[in-house]
Design a protein around this ligand. Structure first.
Ligand code: SF4
Ligand code: SF4
Length: 499
């Protein structure tokens, strides 16, 4: 892979170091603006509206009334500075506007000017500023340099969640006509065709049939990947990257092997062929609801008893935290299973019940570490044990592999670093940001590579997998050093062994 870049790739240090600030270091970084054809189907104006200041302030007022956390977060920062060095984008770029508190202030200073007594009457005293074109441009730049990973909120004594502020900032931007091309184009594809990639049903059939042939040639077992199978027990919704991208597709093969060996009837849906939900990235609950609704409709149409979600970080966050409100109730599903259920929870449960046997030696060519994905770690849970979202994926890896080492404690579990490409930033127009933002995770990875001979990093998020495959070569790691957890599970699973 050609990694020749137009920006200086940071050198990895042995331990993370707080950089000396470089004002404006990333002021050139911004994603492509969405065209009218990608804005309007989502209910946003096609381009910057003439009275954008009024529209933006009206939208801000609406969000302040609608989301009770937003005014609390804007009012309660005491500038203690605990969050300043916790953002991977600040650590990787040294731009002070990438400090979480500074990112919040972009919106906070305007909020103060128009919505607080002090800001209206004594703006200079409280740092309140007018909403100018320059401010709008800064919002666009720096709210697209936040992956909504929530790491900073873990360290804030008040739990101020910068992700919520970023989401509000992005929603205001889209409402005045300057949405982001990458995210909005993808949401439009889901509304039209059911998945982020814009794959029509016939292409899915070809892909799944091709994979079935591949598996049979490989292991001599007829493992099926059913599509639109009415009355199946389980509807699997998974990120569409699982159908094509590497290493994602090996994860899909792993899920299929688990279903096969456990004897569970299951199906994918051509109508709801996407677990990802970019509505959350742009902070717009109407679009989030519309994307999620396809899953409920497909589950009812197919008459399934359970819904299982594949390996995708933010999809799991949306499913775990928002599905019940957005598309519930799920009273038509089997009450004996959690709704929704993560595929890792399902596999873990089968292992606990002795339904799956493994030959771990098959993964002996790998020494594995695990990357906790932000949305799973800090915005959801798994299973019925505290910290299940940390325990369960590691239990699956250890069931399937003999050699596992965790990265440094301050970089895993709730302290995990974002891969650098989350939150709707996984686009090549933000490549410099993605490479620099991955530095803290790359440094932690390098340490286990050097200390323990780690060869592979496993993940349960489609975005993390794509991001690492892209950025690994910038730091002289192999692009295929990233694997799906269910690839490891599928490779070690003994098929045909009596349960
Ligand atoms: S949410 Fe994540 S990306 Fe955004 S400011 Fe906080 S640490 Fe940085
Ligand atoms: S840690 Fe919280 S209170 Fe302190 S500066 Fe950051 S956002 Fe403000």
């Amino acid at each position: 892979m050609n990694t020749k870049s137009e920006f200086a790739v940071p050198t990895l240090k042995e331990y993370p170091q707080i950089p000396v600030i470089q004002i404006g270091a990333m002021s050139h970084s911004k994603p492509f603006v969405a065209k009218a054809e990608h804005q309007q189907p989502l209910g946003f104006p096609g381009e910057l509206v003439d009275d954008w200041q009024q529209v933006a302030l009206r939208k801000m007022e609406e969000l302040l009334g609608k989301y009770r956390a937003l005014p609390v977060f804007l009012d309660s920062c005491v500038k203690c500075g605990a969050c300043t060095d916790k953002c991977h984008y600040f650590l990787g770029t040294a731009d002070p506007k990438n400090m979480p508190v500074a990112r919040q202030d972009l919106l906070r200073n305007v909020y103060r000017r128009y919505f607080t007594f002090a800001g209206k009457h004594f703006p200079r005293l409280v740092g309140a500023i007018d909403l100018t074109e320059e401010v709008l441009e800064d919002w666009y730049r720096y709210y697209h340099q936040c992956s909504e990973c929530r790491r900073c909120s873990v360290y804030c004594p008040f739990g101020i969640d910068t992700a919520e502020i970023t989401m509000a900032g992005r929603e205001i931007l889209a409402s005045v006509g300057v949405g982001q091309k990458y995210a909005n184009e993808i949401i439009g594809k889901v509304h039209k065709l059911g998945n982020n990639l814009g794959l029509p049903g016939p292409a899915m059939i070809n892909t799944l049939e091709g994979l079935e042939e591949e598996i049979e040639e490989d292991i001599g077992v007829a493992v099926k990947l059913p599509l639109d199978q009415a009355q199946a027990d389980v509807l699997l919704v998974t990120p569409s990257a699982d159908f094509f991208a590497e290493p994602h597709v090996d994860g899909l093969i792993g899920y299929a092997k688990v279903f096969h060996q456990a004897g569970i009837s299951w199906t994918l849906s051509s109508y709801a062929s996407e677990a990802a939900n970019f509505g959350i990235f742009i902070g717009n609950y109407e679009n989030m609801q519309k994307v999620a609704q396809r899953i409920r409709d497909a589950a009812l149409e197919l008459g399934v008893k359970r819904i299982v979600v594949g390996e995708c970080g933010h999809a799991w966050r949306v499913a775990y935290s928002f599905w019940n409100t957005l598309i519930g109730p799920f009273d038509f599903l089997d009450p004996n299973y959690p709704v929704p259920q993560h595929v890792c929870e399902m596999t873990y449960d089968l292992i606990q019940r002795g339904a799956l046997q493994f030959d771990r030696e098959r993964n002996d060519d790998k020494v594995v570490t695990f990357h906790d994905s932000c949305n799973v770690s800090r915005a959801s849970r798994m299973g019925n044990i505290p910290g299940g979202q940390f325990v369960i994926p590691r239990a699956l890896i250890k069931a399937a592999c003999n050699h596992f080492y965790d990265m440094a404690p301050e970089t895993i579990h709730e302290h995990t670093f974002c891969c650098g490409g989350g939150g709707g930033l996984l686009t090549d127009d933000l490549l410099e940001l993605r490479v620099k933002g991955s530095v803290p995770r790359m440094e932690a990875f390098k340490r286990v590579v050097e200390d323990h001979g780690v060869t592979h990093m496993a993940a349960i998020c489609a975005i993390c997998k794509s991001q690492f495959a892209k950025v690994f070569p910038y730091f002289e790691f192999e692009m295929d050093a990233i694997v799906s957890v269910h690839q490891l599970v599928g490779d070690a699973l003994q098929l045909g062994v009596e349960r």
